[in-house]
Design a protein around this ligand. Structure first.
Ligand code: DGL
Length: 278
């Protein structure tokens, strides 16, 4: 069974996409709602939380993990892979980078939490993939889908948007104040004339309409939640016995309500106590 986890309800954007494509998918979800957000915490704390989250999921039957959080993917993926070498562990960043490079005409924007943007992971991966593509296309005629689209220079512009996660967790997606904040964060990217924008936080698809509006409708939005689900399904890693469990470290009525609204279904929230004693 797949274990899917995030600092809070943001990873439900991955769950929603998974359920859209595989309605009877089996998974166990963990949202660390008691300690969200992760994105403004130190590296050490984020890694410790990641290991505790993974341990919980493994003791609840997870045999593979989807890190449905860019912050955890940016900071803790190596620690997780080291701790669980026997598990397939998918991060959200690599698939989003590949998808962005398959559509961009040369200017990619990335928005995320302070920890994700501060890690510099998107610049590194975007440039690494471009370098690999250039190498392949220089050596042979082996031109992949990505190669056809990407020039050898991709401009990467990043912007941390630390207020987005609390706004989403609060359910403030349609307020005028939210729209103003979205516009303020995104105006430098709009001015820089990006053609592609990676939503580098799994909470952000809940603000997709507002983000599209602020950045301009000609900009192609890459949703890291959709990108990872596509990879998960094509890797054949989705069991379908319909077991769907939702754990949260805090089950306040408010977060459950927002979760249900987002998923368009009733869920039975279960309380997770972290750390698990092994
Ligand atoms: N959904 C998480 C991400 O993708 C939010 C991080 C946070 O808790 O700040 O980065």
């Amino acid at each position: 069974m797949i274990g899917i986890f995030d600092s809070g309800i943001g990873g439900l954007t991955v769950v929603r996409e998974l359920l859209r494509q595989v309605p009877d998918a089996s998974f166990v979800y963990l949202g660390d709602t008691a300690r969200t957000p992760y994105g403004n915490k130190s590296r050490e704390t984020i890694i410790r939380y990641a290991l505790e989250d993974a341990a919980f999921l493994v003791t609840h039957g997870a045999t593979s993990l989807v890190i449905a959080c860019n912050t955890l993917s940016a900071v803790a993926v190596s620690a997780l892979r080291e701790a669980y070498p026997q598990l397939v562990i998918l991060d959200v960043i690599t698939p989003a980078v590949e998808d962005a490079l398959s559509v961009t005409r040369g200017a990619v924007g990335v928005i995320g939490t302070r920890a994700t943007i501060g890690s510099g992971i998107y610049q590194v991966l975007l440039n690494d993939v471009v370098a690999k593509i250039s190498e392949v296309s220089d050596k042979a005629q082996d031109v992949s889908v990505v190669t056809r689209r990407v020039s050898h220079n991709v401009r990467v512009l990043t912007q941390a948007c630390p207020l987005f996660v609390p706004l989403v967790e609060e359910g403030w997606t349609k307020q005028v104040e939210t729209m103003r904040i979205v516009r303020r964060y995104l105006s430098p990217l709009r001015r820089a004339q990006i053609d592609t924008l990676i939503l580098g936080c799994t909470h952000y698809p809940m603000l997709k309409t507002q983000i599209a509006h602020a950045v301009g409708t000609r900009v192609c939005l890459v949703d890291s939640a959709e990108s990872v689900v596509t990879r998960l399904i094509s890797a054949g890693g989705v069991g379908t016995n319909g077991v769907q469990r939702y754990f949260f470290t805090d089950t306040s009525a408010h977060s459950v309500l927002i979760a249900q609204r987002w998923l368009h279904r009733k869920i039975l929230p279960e309380l997770a106590m972290l750390p698990v004693s092994l």
